[in-house]
Design a protein around this ligand. Structure first.
Ligand code: PEP
Ligand code: MN
Length: 343
């Protein structure tokens, strides 16, 4: 409260707090009175309190994301999408790789074999693509999901693929081991709630203009539906510098580890937009403590229907994996190896 606040002002604040079902604790000081508000929905009353006479400041003591907060769950959450592919904690670090989009049977199967041979544990590839332009390739849709299922049967790789709406998410859940929510949909709250009810691991990518708190609040939507299996992903932020597609915020990795128990992986492909920058930034992300990586790899990047410029060739990905093993060993860790086989 302000130093000049009257006892009536203090009483009005305490009354409002009680009316909202919360408990006020009035703490008179020599110069100012402080009022602690206790109860689960303290946040909901803060806007109303700000407008009352005599109030100097309303401060939030607890983090707004409750289930995602480290304080709610001191041990790291480990999300397992397939045998050998566990994200979080101190175990071996999984790498997800594959093309931006599923384009054809030949393309996705070739990509799957290449990334499997190099040591990836999961195949990525979008069947439903959130493109900035409505005229750009939108993905193969359900046919693309079938091709991912085929690539899984042929290689044993786990599948990570994006859903853009509730109906698509149900289709994706039938074949995927992990449902990706893209940067553009990070704040699609209806979609977050829907995937929270599907009971599948979720890869939640940070929006291009989202704060770390925004990301964790979006994760909270999924957790609040009873699905604890959330993997966060840093994929770069919109910035003023056109040298790179995005500004890859690797600081988010140790920060998320401080404030949350959820695993966070890094996407140096979207994070940079440039194939020549993927390797150095993949090394940096792993060194920063990433719980995994997701890397775009295309059998023929120059022919890719989306994100070719940032897609590695199979040979580049093999070299990336070799160097990542070196970084992991410096950290006293290993890269994960898949424990499933082709069907
Ligand atoms: C993707 O993974 O291909 C993709 C669309 O990523 P983002 O949502 O991070 O842009
Ligand atoms: Mn892409």
């Amino acid at each position: 409260m302000r130093p000049e606040a009257s006892t009536d002002d203090v009483a009005r604040v305490a009354d409002l707090v009680r009316e909202r079902g919360l408990t006020p604790q009035v703490m008179p000081g020599t110069a100012q009175t402080a009022i602690a508000v206790m109860g689960v929905e303290g946040r909901a009353v803060s806007a109303a309190l700000k407008g009352l006479a005599g109030v100097a400041e309303v401060m939030q003591v607890e983090q707004p994301y409750r289930k995602a907060a480290r304080s709610a769950h001191p041990e790291p959450t480990v999300v397992t999408i397939a045998p050998g592919a566990s994200f979080g904690g101190e175990g071996p670090v999984p790498v997800i790789a594959g093309p931006c989009s599923v384009e054809s049977e030949a393309q996705i199967v070739a990509a799957a074999h290449a990334v499997r041979a190099a040591g990836a544990v999961a195949l990525r590839g979008g069947a439903f693509k959130p493109r900035s332009s409505p005229y750009a390739f939108q993905g193969l849709g359900h046919a693309g999901l079938k091709l991912l299922a085929l690539a899984k049967r042929e290689t044993g790789l786990a599948i990570v693929t994006e859903a853009m709406d509730e109906e698509g998410a149900k289709q994706v859940a039938e074949i995927a081991d992990c449902i990706q929510i893209g940067a553009r949909n990070m704040q699609n709250y209806a979609l977050l709630k829907a995937v929270g009810r599907l009971g599948k691991p979720i890869l939640l990518k940070r929006g291009a203009a989202a704060t770390i708190a925004d990301l964790l609040l979006s994760a909270e939507y999924i957790l609040a539906e009873g699905n604890p299996q959330v993997i966060l992903c840093e994929r770069g932020l919109r910035s003023f510098d056109a040298t790179v597609r995005n500004l890859f915020d690797l600081t988010a990795i140790p920060v998320v580890h401080q404030v949350s128990h959820l695993p966070i992986i890094a996407d140096p492909s979207h994070g940079t937009g440039r194939r020549d920058l993927v390797l150095p930034m993949a090394r940096a992300a792993l060194a920063a403590g990433a719980d995994g990586l997701i890397i775009e790899v295309h059998p023929e990047p120059d022919r890719a229907m989306s994100d070719g410029a940032q897609s590695q060739t199979p040979a580049q990905f093999e070299e990336t994996m070799r160097q990542l093993r070196g970084i992991a060993s410096v950290l006293g860790r290993d890269l994960a190896t898949l424990r499933t086989r082709a069907a």
